[in-house]
Write a protein that binds this ligand. Structure first.
Ligand code: ADP
Ligand code: ADP
Length: 230
């Protein structure tokens, strides 16, 4: 089964209020294991809304949404939370690291939340992940002691901690200079190739979109085109 399988997805905000608005109008989208797709489109076209639905942070108004082969309509809130935690790694522009905790502790956090405790193995895995993103020597620094690019690398290590089958990234390179953005993108690409996870990346950068396998373009809440890159 595809990792992402959407059929006829709509999303309406403000139902029952005077400002009721449908912002997604019947989205059909499939993403297979190992696929690395860019999601592009003008501001306000519905990219974040779509990412939030796929990330199980919000529910669609209508349509069918399956993630990792599970039809989410049949799942209750606890099951949705579990599916989200087990299958999806999130990387955001403003990485939401916990400022009071070290890079290492931030990377361990999803595992601690999922399992209720950390052991030597969780620590070893976190250190391996920080090593993979080139930050082993900075494992004990707090986010405030790291550069923007380094913080985003910690966020990527954290997103990978539970070996997600799907990575969702909302402008992960948005606030970074070109060189650092390229590094962050390359890192995501490398993990995609190593683990065969599916990746959907919102980006405004046409250079980075061109380096994905596929470009899905949203316009006014509809998929305007969905094309493989050359
Ligand atoms: P993009 O990420 O492409 O900029 P968004 O998904 O953020 O687009 O927004 C799509 C449309 O939905 C916009 O018109 C936006 O104003 C509207 N919208 C987004 N979130 C909400 C919300 N929580 N309530 C009402 N309208 C929203
Ligand atoms: P990157 O290319 O990963 O963004 P930089 O070359 O900008 O990293 O940063 C190099 C070093 O400077 C890092 O080891 C980091 O600890 C330090 N540094 C950079 N920016 C900041 C910052 N805003 N606050 C504290 N330390 C920083």
């Amino acid at each position: 089964a595809p990792v992402i399988d959407l059929t006829g997805i709509t999303k309406t905000y403000g139902i029952g209020t005077p400002v009721e608005t449908e912002v997604l109008h019947g989205i059909d989208l499939r993403l297979a294991e190992g696929e690395f797709a860019a999601l592009i489109g003008p501001s306000g076209s519905g990219k974040s809304t779509l990412l939030n639905l796929i990330g199980l942070l919000e529910r669609p108004t209508s349509g069918r949404l399956s993630i990792g082969g599970r039809d989410t309509a049949t799942l209750n809130e606890a099951e949705i939370t579990q599916l989200r935690g087990r299958s999806i790694g999130f990387v955001f522009q403003f990485h939401h690291l916990l400022p009071a905790f070290s890079a290492m502790e931030n990377v361990m956090m999803p595992t601690i939340i999922a399992r209720g405790a950390a052991d030597d193995e969780v620590e070893a895995t976190a250190l391996q992940l920080l090593d993979a993103v080139g930050l082993k020597a900075h494992a004990h620094k707090k986010p405030g002691e790291l550069s923007g690019g380094q913080q985003q690398r910690v966020a990527i290590a954290r997103a990978l901690a539970l070996k997600p089958r799907l990575i969702l990234a909302d402008e992960p390179t948005g606030n970074l200079d070109t060189h650092t953005a390229d590094d962050i993108f390359a890192l995501l690409r490398e993990f995609n190739r190593q683990t065969n996870c599916a990746c959907l990346i919102v980006t405004h950068d046409p250079r980075l979109a061109a380096r994905c396998d596929r470009i899905v373009r949203l316009v006014d809440g509809q998929i305007a085109d969905d094309l493989p890159t050359a």
